[in-house]
Design a protein around this ligand. Sequence first.
Ligand SMILES: [Fe+2]
Length: 405
Amino acid sequence: MAHCAEPNSKWTDVSGFSDEYIERLAFYGQSSLALEDLAAGDPDGAAFVADYRSISGLEVRDSFVPYGAAAFFTENQKLVRIERSGKSFHPGNAGWAHAKFAWKATMGTYITLVDHLVGCHFMVANNICLAAYSKLPCDHPIRQYLKPFTYRSVLINLKACETLIPVNSMFHRASALTAKGIDQAFPAAFQLATNFRSFPDLIKDKGPKIQQLMKEDKYPFGTDGCKLHEILLKFTTSYVETLYPSDQQVVDDVHIQDFWKMILEKLDIQKAQYDWKPTCTTRAELASLLTQHVFIVSGYHELFGTIAELVNNREACGLKIRPGQEEVDPQALLQNSVILALTSLRMPMLCSDFSHLWDAEVKGAWMTCLDDLSALSKDINKRNTTRRFPCDAFNPEFLECSISV
Ligand SMILES: [Fe+2]
């Protein structure tokens, strides 16, 4: 365990067996991405749902039961119901503890498979690297800009391909999936992952109740995430506009057009989720794409990839579900800890001086960005003292500059 990464947030203030733990995950933790507004008229007065039933069809081995569960919460963030396999479970009733465990294990599996492995590593980091290294010459300024944010990404993704993707890999063993389930899981994850969607747009679409939570600082994923995205966009826009004094110059850069098209082709299987133009026509579009990449490999990757607080104890999430099970079993705890220990390699911190990598134009913009990131970190630390639960999901002081295993 000494080799496991230290969690950014300590979750010792709430028991992993409690209803509050799930409330914390949904509103102040890793399940915030799944949280959505619920239409009026819910029988239990629920206003929000964190629904992971989309992976219920993945085939699981004998002695396990399928994934899939949805947790329902009131406007006051109180957990009131879990739905699973077509049945409803309520606090205190028979099956409640198992339903909670099943939701947590489904969530742990979903964020590992969809939001982390496929979303961060293979959809965003891998496609950006492929397109940059294939289509941008070594001395292209956008390739230079990408240098710290793609640091070791190719090697990391190759390692992930060997150790976490194949049948009989660590992820397969730690999950409940059959070999067929693994074959089903990765294509499904590419359909489900939303990581290339612009983060502010994704948050806007979550509905008015979540916007209200953000105004009350009860949904830090949205509040802090939008602030981090805004800072990174300011930095990237400043650089892109220095580099290209007009939109026409972006249109005329054949390397950027090839870079853009290659990413679009790679995302073809999920075309429906995106409204990308076939060519990059403005500086704003280019800045938006580049910003989303940095945001995902630093912010999302830290949130969904550094999950020691969730898998390092028997109360928490786990990655597989046995019939009636209410806590992580010793075998699963050991498997989770081995994965954690072998995937705890740190990359350089995001808040670093990358001057040695960049020309003067980028350096100046980055120094301003560092000041902005430092201010955001102070703001989050202050807000965390009054929030129901502290949340460091997008706290720049914990973020790394590129994906890690
Ligand atoms: Fe990772």
